[in-house]
Design a protein. Structure first.
Length: 110
């Protein structure tokens, strides 16, 4: 899932500098500061060039336009009554991600 998100972000960036930083790295610890916890993260993080940090569904939403059908899905999720359901679904998928999608490929640290 992280590989697909990275690909979507790269397509969306249109030449801007995009990097995927392993969560277990010192750089991630520095960038995330108080948001960093040892072990596997409960949710994905998105750190902007300006230093803004979002996590979970809020980190995933900016990536949606890079995916096929993502713009329509982003508009749907932006509806006030849909977003709370989106948060629930994100937390459920994040909690069960290894059972649903398998482990990360060898050498890939997420």
């Amino acid at each position: 899932m992280c590989v697909a998100a990275k690909g979507g972000l790269e397509r969306m960036s249109q030449g801007d500098h995009v990097r995927l930083i392993p969560y277990q790295s010192e750089e991630a610890k520095q960038l995330l500061g108080v948001h960093y916890r040892e072990g596997r993260p409960e949710a994905a993080f998105l750190v902007t060039a300006e230093g803004g940090i979002s996590s979970g569904l809020d980190a995933f939403l900016p990536l949606l336009p890079g995916f096929k059908g993502g713009r329509l899905l982003a508009k749907f999720i932006a509806l006030p009554f849909v977003k709370p359901v989106g948060y629930f679904i994100y937390r459920w998928v994040a909690r069960h991600r290894y059972r649903l999608f398998g482990e990360a490929p060898p050498g890939w640290h997420v």
